[in-house]
Design a protein around this ligand. Structure first.
Ligand SMILES: NC(=O)c1ccc[n+]([C@@H]2O[C@H](COP(=O)([O-])OP(=O)(O)OC[C@H]3O[C@@H](n4cnc5c(N)ncnc54)[C@H](OP(=O)(O)O)[C@@H]3O)[C@@H](O)[C@H]2O)c1
Length: 285
């Protein structure tokens, strides 16, 4: 089996490292070639173009920003041939976007699996990434175990598109919990009330989520460097949620507020920073 991996960004690079550690030598491609240098030194083979990579691989993993990046890289020209090949699409995009890409891959002779993930760089390194698998039961029987290379938990959600719905529902909690915590923390700081008092009560209550402690120091210090999940991608996900949730007949004013908070932080130049920088969208001081 020849594996290809397109997109060696924050998530893709450690995922390729994991493949290498499991004695899988993938061919890799990244638009900005310099991001493949370290992986090449570690043993990966670098392709010059997506076409070259797709041609020589049987299984192609995509880990790119969004639908636009995927469309460009999955179909770099009209004649791209996926006969006998399988696409494992692991980026976070909308259910309908996965359906569009899948139809095109199948039309070009290939097989397509949707497999977004929960977890970030530390979870990849620890082999604890959770893969959410959307596709047929036959596809899951054939491919489910492969994703254990990234983490033991591979969860089957049902038909194509359903994994992305679950992923967006999970990311909704990341965005909304972070925004809610930012507002509480910002308010107490403006009142000059020791945040430790608040945290002590919170930690012992049913309202607590571990993510609050993970991001507390970032927010207190205003230090959002070394992102695992950049704020710009959280905005991309919130936009997908607003579209999806709205089309499901749900009222989304709370989420629209979160979008405004993120946009405010992005206007302060925080797009490449950790998503906890959305705190600055609430509390600008
Ligand atoms: N980071 C996380 O914690 C996390 C967790 C779960 C899921 N995800 C999802 O995983 C995906 C990748 O995230 P990431 O954090 O690895 O992002 P990232 O570091 O920004 O990497 C994005 C990748 O997409 C490529 N790309 C962007 N636009 C492109 C285009 N028009 N044509 C070709 N390539 C393009 C980038 O290439 P360049 O290097 O040339 O820019 C890079 O390889 C996203 O869908 C994200 O939502 C992220």
């Amino acid at each position: 089996m020849n594996y290809g991996f397109i997109g060696t960004g924050l998530m893709g690079a450690p995922m390729v490292e994991r493949l290498l550690k499991q004695n899988i030598t993938p061919t890799i491609y990244n638009r900005t070639r310099s991001k493949t240098n370290e992986l090449e030194k570690a043993g990966a083979i670098v392709a010059d173009t997506p076409e070259e990579l797709i041609k020589k691989s049987d299984t192609i993993i995509f880990m790119l920003s969004d639908f636009y990046a995927l469309s460009e890289s999955m179909f770099p020209n009209k004649k791209i041939d996926y006969t006998g090949k399988t696409v494992l699409q692991m980026s976070t995009i909308a259910p309908g976007e996965n359906v569009i890409l899948a139809e095109r891959v199948v039309k070009n002779g290939g097989d397509y699996i949707e497999a977004p993930v929960l977890g970030s760089i530390p979870q990849i390194k620890a082999g604890e990434l959770i893969t959410i698998f959307g596709g047929t039961e036959e596809q899951f029987a054939k491919w489910g175990d492969f994703f254990k290379v990234f983490g033991e938990k591979v969860i089957y959600t049902g038909k194509l598109g359903s994994a992305s719905s679950v992923k967006l529902a999970l990311n909704h909690l990341i965005a909304s919990l972070t925004a809610a915590f930012s507002l509480s923390l910002g308010y107490l700081r403006e009142q000059n009330i020791d945040h430790n008092i608040f945290m002590d009560i919170l930690r012992g209550s049913a309202l607590y989520a571990p993510t609050f402690d993970k991001k507390l120091n970032n927010m207190l210090d205003g230090n959002f460097s070394n992102p695992n999940f950049p704020l710009k991608h959280m905005l991309k996900d919130v936009k997908l949620m607003l579209h999806e949730f709205g089309h499901s007949g749900l009222n989304t004013p709370q989420l629209e507020g979160v979008e405004e908070i993120i946009k405010n932080a992005l206007e302060q130049g925080l797009g490449e920073k950790d998503y906890s920088s959305l705190y600055k969208g609430v509390h600008e001081k």
